[in-house]
Design a protein. Sequence first.
Lengths: 601, 1056
Amino acid sequence: MKKILIPVLIGLAFVAVSCQDKLDIPQKGVITPELFYASDDDAEAALVNMYDNYIDNVAGTEGIDNPEQVILNYSADDIYAAGKNFTDHDAFRIFDEFKYDNASGTLFQAYQRYYFAIYHANLVISNFTTENRYQTAPRHESDVTKRCVAEARVMRAYLHMMVALIWNQPPVLDRVYESDEPLPANDKTQEEVLQWVIDECQKAIASGYLPKRDGTTDKNATGRMSVGFAQFIAGKAAVFKNDMATARQYLGDLIESEDYDLIPGSIYWTNFHVDGDGNAEKIFEPNFIQDPTFMSSRWAKGIMRDRWMVANVFDWRIKSLASTPAQCISDGWGGGAIQEDFAQRFYDHDGDSPRRRACFLTEEEFLYEMDWSGSAVNNGTRAEKEKDSKRGIAKDGLFGRGKFFEWKNMVYMAPPAILTKDTTGIEFHRDNVTCGMGDNSNQKNFLVARYAEALLLYAEACIGSADAAKGLAALQKVQKRSGSGKISTELTFEAVMEEKQYEMWFENCRFLDLVRWSKLGKVDLNAIYNTSGIHQNVPTVHDEFNEPDAAGYNTIHRLYVTHDPVPGTSDFIVGKHEYLPFPRDAKTSNPNLHDVLGWAK
Amino acid sequence: MNLKKHVLGVLLAIAVPICATAQNVTVKGQVKDDAGEPLALVSVAEPGTTNGTVTDLDGNYSIQVASNATLQYSFMGYTTVTEQVNGRTTINVTLSEDEELLEEIVVIGYGVQRKSDLTGAVASVRSDALKNLATSDAAAALQGKVSGINIINNGAPGEGAKIRVRGYSSNSTNADDISPLYIVDGLQVKSIQYLDPSMIESIEILKDAASAAIYGAQAGNGVVLVTTKKGQEGKGVITYSNKFTRQDFTKRPVMNREEFLRYKNYELGESTVNSDLEKYDYNHPYYANGVIDQDWISGYMEPTWSQQHNLSVSGGNKQGHYFTSINYVYDNGVVRGDKDVYKRLTAQINADYNITKWLQVGSNNSIEKWSTKSVSQRGYRSSFEQMLAMDPLTPVYWTTPEEMSDEVKAMYDKVMALDKSVPAYRFLGDEKGFFANTEYRFTEGTAIARRDITDADNGGFNMNGTLFANLTPIKGLTITSRLGYRLGFGVNHSYEAPYYLGSRGKSDVYSISANASTSWYYQWENFATYDRSFGANNITVMGGMSYRENNTDNVNASSTGTDILSAYYDNFQYLSYVKSDASKSISNAPSRSASLAYFGRLVYSYDNRYSFQANFRADAFDSSKLSTKNRWGYFPSFSAGWTISNESFFKDNLDASTFNFLKLRASWGRNGNVNVLSNYPYASTISVGSTWYQYDVENPGTAYGSGPAKLANPLLTWETSEQLDLGINARFLDNRLTLDVDYYNKHTKDLLFSVPVASEYGFGNMMSNGGDVLNEGWEFEIGWRDRIGDFTYGVSANFTTLHNEVLSLAEGSTPTYQKDASSTNYKVRTAFEPGYSIWYLNGFKYTGIASEDVTYVDDKGETKVLFKKDGPMFEDVNGDNEIGDADMVFLGNTTPTYTYGININLGWKGFDFTLQGTGAGGNSIMPVLHNTGYSNNLKYYLEHSRTEENPNGELPNPKNVTGDFTYWSSSANVFKGDYFRIKQIQLGYTVPADITKKAAISNLRVFVSLDDYFTFTSYPGLDPETASTNSTSGAGLDWGSYPTMQKLMLGCSLSF
């Protein structure tokens, strides 16, 4: 028996020992982090990954909105959450009226998405420098990796500036944090965070590796981090830190580089449409992918990047119109209206300037200068148009609007003749050329920074300084281009504030500026939000032609405005609502995150 | 033990003086078994007295009793027979073997055990209970047979039944993740669908954790052990049997033309309906009086015939045994034509041989060839959904192009005119005409038309088997080495050409695909068992190891486009003829997985009174499931049994013929469920080329990026279940009455959740273990069997309760909601939430019809209407005067809270009669079939709506709820899923052997059977049993499932 037993037992032992190795099965189609971040190609791939994640998280769609666009624009005093009725864009209106709390989904998405994007920038930095958990030396270093690091550094600085301006004292993530280590507390002041932003931009510029725009016709430098954008961020951060000397230095360098310029007023509108992608005025805007094979096979990315439902929000609500205006692609939700009083001021200031027309239409333009797809008299006489049932506003009107019709952020099916008529020899394009995702999508690059803002920031930084003349020149450059006819002769705070509200309307600027200016005593936020009446007196615009109860029913088109007596109110609390609360869910999962300023009380 | 007991009986008989009474007679006779062999030591006793004797070696006995006395003949392992003396002096008795009795041997995983020694909860189903069923699926054959398991069926041919043992323990939505572990003759298999019930000797289900613990990390959902047949010693037996089955479905739950028009008149208004009828209705040659009244269930289904044949040869002697069997199944489902067909040819070859006194070798093998064709069901625009939703105003056929809708006719004319601006569409139909599409609404086409869109087939070969050697080098020691293997080859093809059923039901492109899958699996297990008795002590020790490895290598290829093949004739519809410039998709990546285990068992029993058992298993899984550091898991279990009836105080005080047997059992064990882990869930990896950016502003061109795929959690582990089981087994009245009761309490923790993490780490979520699900309940099995002269009968019933509750979620995670029916606009969800059964129905609570406008005053002082007069009202749970997600509440369990089965067997001379029933209840079903416009629906809605003809209807008038998906997702649309189904009524006749022997036939049985013919339910839809979508979370949502077919079966079996 032993003869049998012994070999069997040895055999069993052999099996037992040798099997363990058979359990190690490598995963296919992936590589481990230990093998990655080790070559120039890896650095480039990590950088692409950074831009991809930036677009997906910050420049793309989240549900029906882009969180940054919603929070910053709707919190301003010149945009209103419109739509079918008062409840239509509730999730936007809470920012209009400061009725959000820290459980707001949009708020959490905004916070989360900024930090996701920061993490992907940190992957480049932490893996190709010693700026990582254990100060480990990178596995590979070269001119390529240094350039990638410089770009990631500027991206990270820009994102930190945004979170500092929105939340005041955000955590600074200066490297990749691994899930088994505690996160840094948000104990730096806003000034300290902004100084860190400036230092980081300086570090990237000083490295000499950051790409630089090669003149105003170099479009490709606008699709990535560049020296110009680093200067813009450092300058903007300095302005918000009220460190005007530093601001003048960086913004002055940007202006003196002459790599950027304002485009002519006649085509000002293209800044906000596909034809303006990468133009002389753009400092940074992430590219929309145009590769047709990419779009057809990777539609999820397409949806994210073309801001599909965001486009719906900003497009007109055609169901409330008599027929489809020619520039409209399809029915939108009409969720972002220009505030009625502001529109009037803008109109009074700019008149029929190309800038004003690029932003919104007057009653006259809306009814009679625009082509309506259902109309047989687009080329007819005024009298014919006045009685044309296929134009104007349908019964029950358009909620949230006065007699002005914003279209700055609309997706154009065809560039409208009102805007193109002053130009000749230029072929303009629709805003959704290559996309197969449905008509309401926007292939225009997401606008982050343009030269006009740089000029106005510089002008503000120069007030009362030795560079006042340069600052006035910058202001005048913007004014001249606008076509408003107003040219300041003196560099004053008021002149800069006024010009900036018109020039940068609906471009994420206004609310942040108001908060900053309020700290300087230049504006009274309580008056703006709580006592001005802008939220107590919300308009609905009607067309007499289509309202059976109106005096001019079925005679000719004429608009009139009714005001819902108290549809909404503003809950703005000075000392609190200048900044947003840290989202509840962000605090739950990060115990080191604590409320600050008015939210901490 | 038997001997001892009977010796005691003899001694008793001698020692106790016989109390003779008047008119005593001496009764003599012989006791034999079924085979005619005399039985020695059979107890012959007069119940209620101490009078008794035992048979001698020739089975003869003699006893003095009163002439009107009763005699009882009992012998362990045989059924007890009672005879009235009635003055007779010679009484010969035949005792039948009782397979249900306690000496039954049950398979317990790496060993066998006497049923009387079991300390865990093991259900055992023998071959007799599996034969003569209509199903060809071993899993489906278990339905209603034992307590503690639930069988989830679908009616489609070839759609394997799913087994659930003692509840539902995971939050995984993948149904396979909560399947039990299947072991066939020691071989681990993925399903037992390939096994015909006729090839099975027994199925054991290890229900409690202690019994299943020997299978460790894979046993958390229970273990199903299948033992295939073995040849019997003696003369070889050849058996042939067949079954011919007519399948049909006769329930008609949806509205006919008249009902439909009444409903639509309410819903849409008579003027709309009349004007639509004017436009679209016409005299159709195929209908009585030309009035189209299409019953779409008949339009899509028809009675079909299926058949099964089985031929087996078996035999053996003291040296070895053989069993070979060939089984053929042709199952053509009730969908018209041959588009739902399951074909299977299986062979089973089992043999063992004793080479020497200490070495036995053997092999069990299955070879299966299978193919299926199937139709779509359980989903948006599946053919079964369309069957139920299609209006009865639309005919099956347009007999001429002139009958076509304008839209289809216009396209038809273009295609006939070879207009190049449109694709070369097919217009589907058969010899009776073109398949019509409804003109009353925009939809993708009728069920019958959708049946023909794609030509697809699916099939393959499987070979499963084991080779084993048993060494018995010394007394009591058995060493087993067993190599198991599975080889699988599968191929599927699919071809679709452009077709046009309407602007919404069309395809402009050709698509073709072929997939070839190859898999091979092997396991090598070595274990040794040592069994010794020392006086009253009995010890069994077992230890061993197991290595398992699975490999798959699948190649998939497809092409789609407007012009992809070099020609489109039938013989070109293969990938070989795809044009070189057509867009193609190809994939292949071989994969391997492996696991290693060590296990052991200690069984100790004392004096047949006390038994104790401990199991232990250490399991390790490969790196695709667990990290190297975390790969080992340890699974202990303990159980004990106390056979009270063997205690002297029991024997001394209770009448042995009244209360024969009583045992108490208790067990505790820990198991795992490793199915939920796959694809390196713990590993941090870089996804290569997964992100994209275009640097160039004007020129398209994509740069590819790479980055971390997820936030890895290296601590991930399997789900762990701990289960307590308490059981009682009792036998009464000479073992005629049996009662088994079990209580089980199973906690499953470490479920896999995606839990939120701080955004600053770069990701929103991370997989983490946590949560706790409880499955708790009682299992009852009760049986009675007896014989009255030539009449034998047996009744058994089982009943199982299940309290399933999610107790907690992983820390930081929130309830999970699944919206399996969201593409129908339904708002209903199924939810995984603490305090409720898993994936319960979450919707709105309907509170009745509003008798007037229900209003509220908003915070601006305005009066607003919450519920309109005559419309539905719902509970505003959070009181915010809006009915939204926050008002969605528990509407019902989607899994049954109780299941039961009943089996009745009668025999008289050559006749046998079987009645089997099964039922389940406590669950709810929501049909998600409502569509706006001219879509058909359940008759129930017409009958229960408040209308002029039915002023007391409890549901709102159809016009007030059309398109109101809050209403359709409310409790108004929730139905009890309770049902009782008579699985089988079968009458068989075995021709007397003296007749058949003349034709050299030893046994000939013919039978007729009605299977699944009668169902008792209040559910107004097609079939409560099969109603659910195809994932765990979609249980309870009826979206048009293939119903259980009604079967009329004829068959015979004959043995030589």
